[in-house]
Design a protein around this ligand. Structure first.
Ligand code: HEM
Ligand SMILES: *[C@@H]1O[C@H](CO)[C@@H](O)[C@H](O)[C@H]1NC(C)=O
Length: 498
């Protein structure tokens, strides 16, 4: 009899689990929204990070759902996700109906993990007030002030590469580029010489790597996806404790040092310190608490170095494959410098329009952030349909898929900066190109990111020639694990000094 009881219990339990998933996986069907058939437990995420990168996965969803309506449904495990495929709806979500979609709905934990309460993650009125306070940090006037700092890092990078290129004919560039952007953002966000160019084990670089390589345990990752509220209460954090401790200390020391010695520099930290409420947790009108300052410095650092170095990595890869474009870019840099007394000034860089065409085409083909996120904060009637997106629903915008849609970009695998020549954008939907997102929540560091990329690229093209050597596999394989769109194993190219 006891055996029978045990067997019945197990069967009932299995049935309950099955019914739970079945009910969860009926969400889209119940609402008559076109969807992709989910698998037990995984939903549509079985291949995610195993055989398919996040970017490719959502590109496939985009292709499969595009014909079915302005958006369609998928499941990440049990969580229903609305994947937007229509560019007018993208525009509505980003801009016109922003008041219903102002949050990303990503997990963070202010209480246990104060650094995670940064601008990218936080929600609602807190985000609004923070964004309002910090936007002035990124105006073109501020960019101009930081310009000499970035050029100095560019010079250092240039010198370093000259020495390296003499010793070795093929170099791994992804790491070198990340060291350049780490030095730039370390200077601009913390006012600290990170020296990661010269010293690959510099602490900032080591911590930076940790931010992006941390593989959270499977269980806590799943918990965050399935039951974020429980994860919240259990104090599950996204940021490695070593990383947190390091950044909190650096920010604390930097602030103390600057206040004590009355040091002012034209960088992000300076602007953050001026908003310091001199309290660890309390902020007020236009002021930020210590933790808030630390979290913002942290996100400038994390968002600033990895995305921009990824952009440059893909750009060099494409230029190595397309020697004619590389040569045209190089000539352009030389011509513009010539016009400006051969000086890398703010004005000469702004004049290098063709570099922007190259970078923008690179951002099209390889958007470092391959998917954008929003969450509906109210029930939303999708225009021209009967459908309602319910409050709390996660919305994903598959940029990588959109950027490689042959109906929008003919022959999408071809790298062609002429897609961004004057007037050619007029032939496209205004939301066909959104590597920085769009609307009030667009990347706040756009100008800064573009500027450091432009400066880096100008130095690289001026002094080096890049080509495919023995060690580079074409096409490059994508790193399946990371969220940022990156080549697996870095980028090996032949580098010759000119
Ligand atoms: C090529 C370089 C970069 C790319 C491709 C990039 C991309 C993005 C994207 C796609 C978003 C989300 C936008 C949205 O949801 O609409 C974002 C947000 C953000 N980025 Fe960037 N980014 C870059 C550089 C930077 C830099 C240099 C910084 C800081 C110095 C930065 C700081 C941020 C912050 C703080 C947010 C959150 C903004 C908010 O929620 O209000 N990014 N970025
Ligand atoms: C490239 O993108 C940047 C950022 O959105 C924009 O400011 C610039 O005008 C674009 N340039 C070209 C040539 O498309």
């Amino acid at each position: 009899m006891e055996y029978l009881d045990a067997i019945i219990t197990v069967v009932m339990l299995c049935l309950a689990i099955y019914l739970y998933f079945d009910r969860k996986h009926n969400y889209w069907a119940d609402r008559k929204v076109p969807f992709l058939k989910p698998q037990f437990f995984y939903g549509n995420a079985k291949t995610m990070g195993r055989t398919e990168s996040f970017a490719d996965l959502f590109r496939r969803f985009y292709i499969e759902l595009k014909e079915l309506g302005p958006f369609g449904g998928i499941y990440l495990f049990t969580r229903p996700i609305a994947v937007v495929t229509d560019l007018d709806l993208v525009q509505n979500i980003f801009v016109k109906d922003f008041h219903d979609f102002h949050d990303r709905g990503v997990y963070y934990n202010e209480k246990y993990d104060p650094l995670s309460a940064h601008m990218f993650n936080i929600a609602g009125s807190k985000w609004k007030s923070l964004r309002h306070k910090l936007s002035p940090t990124f105006t073109s006037g501020k960019m101009k002030m930081m310009f000499p700092t970035i050029v100095a890092a560019g010079e250092q990078f240039n010198d370093f590469l000259q020495t390296k290129a003499k010793q070795q004919s093929e170099l791994e560039l992804k790491d070198l580029l990340a060291r350049y952007t780490t030095d730039v953002i370390g200077m601009c966000a913390f006012g600290i010489e990170c020296n990661s160019m010269k010293d690959p084990n510099a602490q900032f670089r080591v911590m930076g790597k940790k931010i992006f390589s941390r593989s959270r345990s499977r269980i806590s990752g799943l918990l965050i996806t399935i039951a974020p509220n429980l994860a919240q209460k259990l104090g599950i954090s996204n940021i490695d404790p070593d990383v947190s401790e390091f950044f909190l200390n650096v920010v604390r020391e930097t602030i103390d040092y600057r206040i004590k010695n009355n040091i002012q520099r034209n960088d992000f930290m300076d602007l953050l310190i001026r908003m310091n409420s001199a309290d660890d947790t309390k902020s007020g009108d236009g002021l930020l608490s210590f933790y808030e300052i630390a979290a913002q410095a942290f996100v400038f650092y994390a968002a600033g170095f990895e995305t921009s170095s990824t952009l440059l990595t893909w750009t060099l890869y494409e230029l190595a494959l397309n020697q004619d474009i590389q040569q045209k870019g190089r000539q352009h840099v030389l011509d513009i410098l010539n016009k400006h007394n051969n000086e890398m000034t703010y004005e000469s860089l702004m004049d290098m329009k063709y570099l922007d065409q190259i970078l923008n085409e690179s951002l099209r083909k390889h958007p470092p952030v391959p998917v954008h996120f929003r969450v509906a904060t109210k029930d939303y009637q999708v225009p021209n349909t009967e459908t309602i997106i319910e409050a709390g629903t996660r919305i994903f915008i598959p940029v990588y898929g959109i950027h490689r849609d042959p109906e929008i970009y003919p022959d999408p695998e071809r790298f062609d900066p002429e897609r961004f020549s004057a007037n050619s954008e007029q032939n496209r939907h205004p939301y066909a190109w959104t590597p920085f997102g769009e609307g009030p929540r667009i990347c706040v560091g756009l100008r800064f990111g573009m500027m450091q990329a432009r400066i880096g690229l100008a130095y690289l093209l001026k002094n080096f020639r890049f080509s495919i050597g023995e060690k580079c596999k074409v096409p490059l394989e994508l790193d399946l694990k990371g969220f940022v769109l990156a080549p697996k194993g870095g980028l090996w190219l032949k580098v010759e000094k000119i």
